[in-house]
Design a binder for this molecule. Sequence first.
Ligand SMILES: Nc1ncnc2c1ncn2[C@@H]1O[C@H](COP(=O)(O)OP(=O)(O)OP(=O)(O)O)[C@@H](O)[C@H]1O
Length: 857
Amino acid sequence: MDDADALGPPAKMRERRGELTPMLSQYLDLCERYPDSLVLFQVGDFYETFCEAAEVTARLLEITLTKREDSTGRYPMAGIPVDSAESYIETLLDAGYRVAVADQVQEPSETTGVVDRAVTRIVTPGTLTEDAFLDDDNVFVAALADGDDHGAERGLAVLDVSTGDFYATGGEAGAVADEIQRFAPAEAVIAPGLSADAFDGGTMVTPFRPDAFDPERAGGKVADYFGDPDTVLGSTAEVRACGALLAYAEYTRAGEADRLDYLNHLTRYDPREYLLLDATALRSLELFERRALGGEASATLFDTVNETASALGARRLTDWLRRPLLDEGEIAARHDAVGELVSDVVTRESLHDDLRDVYDVERLVSRVSRGRANARDLRSLKSTLDVVPRLREALSDADSDRLRDLRERLDPCEDVRARIGSALVAEPPIELTEGGLIDEGYDADLDDLRATEREGKAWIDDLEADERERTGIDSLKVGVNQVHGYYIEVTNPNLDAVPDDYQRRQTLKNSERFVTPELKEREEEIVTAEERADDLEYALFTDLRDEVAAETERIQAVADALAALDALQSLATVAAERDYTRPELGADGFHIEGGRHPVVERTQPNFVPNPTDLDRGTVAVITGPNMAGKSTYMRQVALIQVLVQAGSFVPAEAASLPVVDRVFTRVGASDDIAGGRSTFMVEMTELATILRAASEESLVLLDEVGRGTSTTDGLALARATVEHVHDVVGATTLFATHHHELTATADRLDRARNLHFAADGTGEAVDFTHRLREGPAGASYGVEVARSAGVPDPVVSRAHELLDREGAAATPDEPAVAANGGVDEAVFDRLRRTDIANTTPLEALDLLAELKAATDE
Ligand SMILES: Nc1ncnc2c1ncn2[C@@H]1O[C@H](COP(=O)(O)OP(=O)(O)OP(=O)(O)O)[C@@H](O)[C@H]1O
């Protein structure tokens, strides 16, 4: 928040409440009613702000700060034009404000006093519906609540007001925090007493009436929209969150009918139904956001597999990547559909072409339902429905269950389509009150009015010729202007010939303008017919819009099917064009032939495919020089896994994979400077999460764990981590490290493997092959990488000299950190297997004796 003083009633006005002019006292009232929002107050063609709010808006929007002066005092004032308000409002949102737009809701001509004003909408970052603010992506607002007992149980509700997408989920606080990250809401309301910690800096946490979270009240709200809360939701925490979120969404629609009629569908899910990707994983795998490490902006996974043709499809594909599936049947159903479209080029391409004509129906229909849609919106809806029969035709021979099911669900809504088609002209204007919307033949009364208008105009068109003949004045002209309407113009030399029934209207320098009683009558007829036609058109249009609004659920169902079809089409297009293969599911390990990194292969023309062959529970220790490709490889495996479970084919020659419950990553350095934590602290926090939460069903990527501290500590931690993951956690793990000593640890453990990236050290230059091999890496090429990076020769030579001197110390096959000081491996193992927490003092003494005996031998 830039400056909280800009909110609420200005002190200066409050002090003089009794004396203020009626207009300013209206402003003061509105500021009091909307104390959390910056009030934009319409005065004619401007939205004005006053006092502190004016100072803040003038600064943020770079507009002039002026003053309003009256008998009660001088008030700073700053205003923005109503016509270009949206871009200014956007800047205010970016600065962290909510904006309450107070419009004049009465014509100034209707009153002798001050015009009525009311807040007609509250614009907040998470509840945007105006096209001007939106791109294709979802914009979410969330609500977080706890249960009756205020324990660790949390409920989360997430809503996109512009599309009507509504999700609810719940669970213990940590799991729900992960779900929040998946949706990355722009805004959130939270129950009284809860901390906002689960939200990061990208979410504006907004205060809201605590009573909206009251279980009874919230339950009532949920019932109002979706039926019995106990049936549709999982816990009181979820009910509180959903109810409060609905109340908040209604609150921001001030002025419009309270209820959001297009919210018909609630998706309630359990986080355990989807592959869990926490914030760290989403970030480090760059699913949606670029990290631009080292200034090099790379594409995201989403960019790479997004070949959707519509906004609906793009949002659906985002959701599939954000919440990959766990259910093998569901995954296979998507794979079947993708497979069919991969092999059927004709269908795939015709789907892609047709889907390009699909508009953002979810948003269209929500605008229709809110009474905000114009005639163009309805035409766009019709164009979209026009596509549906073509899509059904393209899918007529579909085999896979999913495609057949989608075909079934593609209801062309023939009645709606025909109705819009017959009512509206092909290219209606945006304005709704100035006519030109409704087509001929739709309404008899309208056609009559238009006929009157046409006849009147035809009569006038003929008038010039008729009057020239009657008067004999060849230069006589008939014209029209805004102020005086139709007139007959006669130049001064001909004034003598003017007949008696001409009435003078206007005198110009060289001519006079006249009207005749008949011309006035005709004109009156035309104007009346025009006005009545405009009003009638508006009425017919709103009736049509209401009729379409009554079909909201049907149209939403079509939108849902279109979205899924487009997402499948996208996956199939990518698979076909980039040579992806269908993965086999249900394997007891990760077996990939010729795997590729889906994003890097797009920018590296000579990308080297690499295999993966890891039984479940294997810990692979991956060594190799800097720049050899370790990080790329590890991410490649994880991305392939995410793609599989999202329903996609994968960049590989062949793949046979299990379904994993969660992908964990501890990759690269991510300083949390804003959070005040050092790189090492962040690294350890992430590591702690993984070691606590990973299961045998998880896939874990650990990249250079322990790098952020001293070598000894780092190595000790890395080693302890490998052992713990191997012995206790049991997750399949890829562990990249520069500590060659770790390769010895891997040699000792049953399910650990050494893999490495070799580099050909030809002479003193390094040639990266990017090829993964069995066993530990032979040497570190760090010094050569330093040379190719431009480190001066003397430093490089000296480093070589030092390396030579240290010799064997750096060889990788040496056992790990002589930490056991020569103690027999069996003793070491015995210690490792000991669970101290479950060892009695007596047992401990026995153990000590046993170990002592072993070392004495
Ligand atoms: N299989 C591959 N084929 C072609 N180029 C690759 C391959 N793998 C990685 N690269 C390229 O090599 C460079 C280094 O890759 P990467 O960052 O994965 O190496 P690294 O071993 O993790 O390095 P460091 O240890 O310094 O983190 C990247 O620019 C990447 O694009």
